[in-house]
Design a binder for this molecule. Structure first.
Ligand SMILES: Nc1nc2c(ncn2[C@@H]2O[C@H](COP(=O)(O)OP(=O)(O)OP(=O)(O)O)[C@@H](O)[C@H]2O)c(=O)[nH]1
Ligand SMILES: [Mg+2]
Length: 460
């Protein structure tokens, strides 16, 4: 059904009605976004500047996909999505984002349809939120606000809770205007959950004090985590990374019979889980699963989740899990790569794990991606398809740079010597009085860890 006020360049699709917070979602298709369209989105027959409508359609499809994800996010936050709106503009309006004229039309729709939440797919500035709320007279939230809200409601552990609270306060601080405070009190609900309710009435100074307290707390937690990790230094560390809902936890569970929550919802996992996995007697690894990434994951959220994401930063190998059945999986790969760069973890040896192949109707894409990503495997984690070849790939990568090493030990190093017997192929072993000289063949990741462990032991 089309709303009268949004005829022509944008349209509204009425979806459903219940007692929940009634939300309308807004996506804006700009020229800048049009510039990011891929060839695969434009269609095989796309001929240079000849077909403007083809480009316009592709742009619209892209924004529709974004809004589909935003709908999942809004629903995860507890809203009922009543309508979606796509506006086409040359560029965004600095004062009103969608322009004051469109904002007035939206205000009318909001009033007629008893909407209590307007969610923008793009991040809004504090000024834009204030201006829009003045006209639309209902709560305005952006993508980051919704994501933070979901994180707040999913956080269970002390670490996750502390990290989310820090990110929320940092997000809130520049947006803390009188208007916003007033509106939040009036409307409550989505976008104002968690620490917001209590902190909102206090002044910025109180929030700043709380932020520095939380930072200290996180530092302390990070120290504890580091202590916990100490004993695990001897095995190569492999981290599952990827877009949210790609199937990371399903894979960890398959490998390790762990019992990590697997759910068809965004951000099922907010903590890190590490499990020892024996791929073969000579290939023991520590496999970690952690929080998934998403388009426009707020920067302060990434920053405050640093200690949870340490598992990724400190890993030796990444398994980048991709939901190949998702229409925007290429976009998702890029988002994950960008987030890895933000974490300074982008240059690690990586296996691309294309998951959910059971959902592919046309498998021709597999051959194409095989060429594009030399280090790729195509699997189904939930149906256990081709997982053996993933296992082999990891072992190959571990064996990739096996080299002969010679190290000298004292009798007191018997723990490390027994590790070498466990993990390496012994070439030669000679005793010189108190000293033992061992020649062995081992992967460089293992060897580096051994050398570090040995140096640490002798430094004590
Ligand atoms: N059809 C299909 N579904 C799968 C496959 N692997 C996982 N899933 C489903 O995808 C959904 C998400 O799986 P998870 O393992 O929770 O995904 P995740 O990457 O850990 O997600 P977050 O923790 O939210 O980041 C669940 O409903 C799984 O059952 C697969 O190979 N095929
Ligand atoms: Mg998970």
């Amino acid at each position: 059904m089309r709303a009268k006020s949004f005829e022509r360049k944008s349209d509204i699709n009425l979806i459903a009605t219940t007692e929940k917070e009634r939300a309308v979602l807004i996506g804006v298709a700009t020229r800048a976004l049009s510039g990011t369209l891929r060839e695969s989105e434009l269609g095989a027959n796309y001929g240079l500047a000849t077909d403007r409508s083809q480009r316009a359609n592709a742009l619209r499809n892209r924004v529709e996909d974004y809004l589909e994800e935003l709908q999942l996010l809004a629903e995860s936050a507890g809203a009922e999505v009543v309508a979606t709106l796509i506006q086409e503009r040359q560029s965004i309006d600095p004062a009103y984002f969608i322009g004051s004229g469109k904002a007035r039309e939206l205000a009318e729709f909001v009033e007629n349809e008893r909407i209590n939440l307007v969610v923008f797919d793009d991040d809004l500035s504090a000024v834009q939120v204030r201006n829009l709320e003045r006209i639309i007279k209902c709560k305005i939230v952006d993508r980051s606000g919704i994501i933070l809200d979901i994180f707040a409601s999913r956080a269970r552990t002390r670490e996750a809770k502390t990290q989310v609270e820090l990110a929320q306060l940092q997000y809130m601080l520049p947006r803390l205007t009188r208007q916003w405070t007033h509106l939040s009190k009036q409307f409550g609900g989505i976008g104002t959950k968690g620490p917001g309710e209590t902190q909102i009435e206090t002044d910025r100074r109180a929030i700043r004090t709380r932020i520095s307290h939380l930072r200290e707390k996180i530092k302390h937690i990070a120290k504890e985590r580091k202590e916990q990790r100490k004993g695990r230094d001897k095995f190569p560390r492999v981290a599952l990374v990827g877009y949210t809902n790609a199937g990371k936890s399903t894979l960890l569970n398959w490998f390790s019979s762990a019992d990590v929550l697997v759910e068809d919802k965004l951000f099922a996992t907010l903590d890190s889980t590490v499990r020892a996995v024996s791929l073969s007697p000579a290939h023991k690894i520590l496999l970690s699963d952690t929080v998934g990434f998403i388009r426009k994951l707020p920067h302060n959220l990434v920053a405050s989740f640093k200690s949870t994401l340490e598992e990724v930063v400190e890993s030796d190998i990444l398994l980048h899990v991709v939901d190949i059945s998702h229409p925007l999986f290429e976009d998702q790969i890029e988002v994950v790569n960008e987030t890895l760069e933000e974490l300074h973890a982008a240059n690690k040896p990586t296996i691309f794990v294309f998951n959910k192949i059971d959902r592919l109707e046309d498998r021709s894409i597999v051959a194409l991606l095989g060429k594009q990503y030399p280090n790729a495997v195509f699997i189904s984690a939930s149906r256990s398809i081709n997982l053996g070849s993933l296992q082999t790939k990891i072992m190959e990568l571990l064996d990739d740079d096996i080299a002969e090493q010679t190290m000298t030990f004292s009798q007191a190093d018997h723990h490390i010597i027994s590790q070498i017997h466990d993990m390496a192929e012994i070439v030669d072993k000679q005793y010189h009085g108190e000293q033992i000289v061992i020649r062995f063949r081992m992967n460089s990741i293992h060897a580096d860890k051994l050398k570090k462990a040995l140096a640490k032991k002798h430094a004590v």
